[in-house]
Design a protein around this ligand. Structure first.
Ligand code: 9MR
Length: 573
């Protein structure tokens, strides 16, 4: 059966941040405003007012009102909003939870590490596990992985992060996630100001927490080292190109602990998209690592330049949709955006004219990519644009201002779209919620956040926070999509290790893991059986079998981590 939407009063179940807008959505078909009251933990009424009628909402099918209690701004815990005799879940007015989520959303990546034991001293005994895929039986190991279609060599591709609930490792969304972690750091160099303590060494519970390097860079490097290993070595056919992915030959069952996976592991063929993806992220890493590890910085840049040249010589190696047994396909038929992104990163790092010429000649020049969307694993032009407005380069100032306008223009379109929504969440805008919609909402919110960074205009900041509220429960299902956060958090995420076994042998997903979220395309048997006819924002169920709506993925958690870093910074830390 479809999930119970619970109380008609839907709030951010965790906390509203002091000084920022505080809105709730109320399901009610009255055509006139109704009264709301806000009570504190002791039950005393601290504020009251009238709703505004928004009416029929397309994405949820609900008739809704909005209650705006922004004027009440006293920090505290256990507030309850009451409207028409119904109570919301209790919530705080506080900046503490968003700061906590900043760490938890990044801790996710350590949990997902492959090729290393996950140590109890960082995650607690419940989440500790032996190293996965290091050639200890029954694992075949990622030490000597052959090609799915014979290539005459094997690669040692140990390390990296597991993608999601499966234990595949895929270059294109791994690259995006790495880029977002690196951009969290890079943004602090140009936007944040003098206090960069939020990204300092010692901020995360990871083995590298006392090595003198910002932890978010250390975590990103764990994946980058894997991406570098996916490059075809010199002297081989396709040298310099990058394999699209490595994963099991056949899908494994749920649960399967990483160290108990006995499937053969195979490299898929090289692809232009993966090659450019690695080039972009390694070039970005090169400039960031220079002050911390100059030899790694030059190794990364050399690999990036080699990859870029190989991609130009092989511009049309497309990963097919059919390569989806034992792992996801991550197919991509358009790679002009990856070319643009890689050229942007290489230009920002090297200043070389060749990369600038490639940028200027791209169909995505001057922010054109934002006419299609923000960014995701298959659409990466906006990542290049983000770098080009952040990092000072020799790009003509007219080109840089065109990119800024494109970013702000996209943010304006997101605000126009959400202005009519009952549960504001910047989405595709076409009424469809796709696989990983929560990642898309977070990425679109990140563009709103960037527009705020660029303009200082409050409505962009407010739009980004509204998306944050949506993820934490202000949605038609009253569902916090973040494990461990809120009164009704997701508990049954699709994952082979966090498989939540009744006998207690396997844990639920750790706090700070983001569910993929509503997907109106109904792409797995559970949702097909239970959610037929659902409205887009209601096409979700917290069921471990519902992989098309309730999985985790590194590129969704990186999107949320970026948003939460930004939001915690705005909340004052
Ligand atoms: O995030 C991916 C989404 O955009 C695709 O529509 C979907 C189907 O191809 O695949 C998603 O990625 C999954 C990948 O294929 C396998 N590992 C889990 C990923 C998240 O569900």
């Amino acid at each position: 059966a479809a999930p119970d939407p619970g109380s008609p009063v839907k709030v951010n179940q965790v906390a509203y941040v002091p000084g920022l807008p505080k809105q709730a959505t109320v399901v009610n078909s009255a055509n006139a405003p109704i009264g709301w009251t806000l009570r504190n933990a002791a039950g005393a009424t601290v504020a009251s007012g009238q709703t505004t009628v928004r009416g029929a909402d397309t994405l949820s099918g609900d008739s809704v009102h909005i209650a705006d209690f922004s004027a009440y701004d006293t920090p505290g815990t256990g507030y309850v909003l009451s409207v028409g005799g119904s109570n919301s879940y209790p919530f705080d007015i506080s900046a503490d939870p968003v700061r906590r989520l900043r760490g938890d959303s990044l801790a996710f990546f350590y949990h997902q590490r492959s090729g290393t034991p996950i140590d109890a001293q960082y995650v607690g005994s419940r989440y500790a596990r032996p190293a996965g895929h290091v050639n200890v039986a029954p694992n075949r190991g990622d030490n000597n992985v052959p090609c799915r279609t014979s290539c005459g060599y094997t690669l040692d591709v140990r390390g990296g992060w597991y993608d999601a609930g499966d234990q595949g490792k895929y270059v294109v969304n791994g690259g995006l996630a790495t880029w977002q972690l690196q951009n969290i750091y890079e943004r602090t160099l140009y936007v944040t100001g003098a206090d960069r303590s939020a990204v300092a060494d010692g901020t995360l519970a990871i083995p590298e927490r006392a090595n003198g390097v910002p932890d978010v860079l250390d975590e990103a490097r764990w994946e980058l080292e894997f991406l570098l290993k996916m490059q075809v070595p010199a002297g081989r056919t396709n040298a310099g190109m990058v394999h699209h992915k490595i994963h099991d030959q056949n899908w494994t069952a749920l649960p399967t602990r990483p160290e108990l996976d006995s499937e053969p592991r195979l490299l898929s063929p090289v692809s232009t998209a993966a090659t450019l993806n690695m080039a972009a992220v390694a070039a970005q890493a090169s400039r960031l690592w220079k002050p911390f590890d100059a030899s790694f910085a030059s190794r990364a840049l050399a690999a990036a330049e080699k990859a870029y040249a190989a991609a130009k010589a092989n511009p049309n190696r497309l990963a097919p949709a059919t390569d989806n047994t034992g792992g996801g396909a991550y197919e991509d038929n358009t790679v002009s955006d990856e070319f643009y992104w890689a050229a942007a990163e290489l230009y920002a790092t090297t200043g070389s004219t060749g990369y600038r010429n490639d940028l200027s000649g791209s169909p995505h020049a001057r922010g054109a990519g934002f006419t299609r969307g923000a960014y995701d694993w298959s659409w990466t032009a906006g990542l290049g644009d983000t770098t080009l407005v952040l990092v000072p380069t020799g790009l003509a100032s007219g080109d840089v201002s065109a990119i800024r306008s494109a970013i702000v223009g996209f943010a304006d379109r997101m605000l126009a779209q959400t202005a009519n929504q009952g549960y504001p969440a910047p989405g595709s805008g076409n009424g469809t919620y796709y696989w990983g919609s929560n990642g898309a909402v977070a990425n679109n919110a990140n563009v709103l956040a960037m527009a705020f960074d660029l303009t200082g205009t409050a409505r962009y900041r407010n739009g980004a926070y509204a998306a944050y509220d949506y993820l934490l429960g202000r949605n038609p299902l009253n569902q916090s999509y973040v494990a461990g956060y809120g009164d009704k958090p997701v508990r049954n995420l699709h994952h082979r290790f966090w498989a939540n076994q009744n006998d207690g042998s396997l844990p639920t997903a750790p706090p700070g893991s983001l569910s993929g979220g509503p997907n109106s395309e109904l792409q797995d048997p559970v949702v097909q059986a239970q959610l037929a006819g659902c409205k887009p924002q209601k096409c979700f169920i917290d069921d471990i079998g519902a992989y098309s709506v309730n999985e985790v993925a590194i590129n969704w958690n990186s999107a949320m981590a970026w948003l939460v870093h930004w939001a915690a910074e705005q909340a004052g830390t």
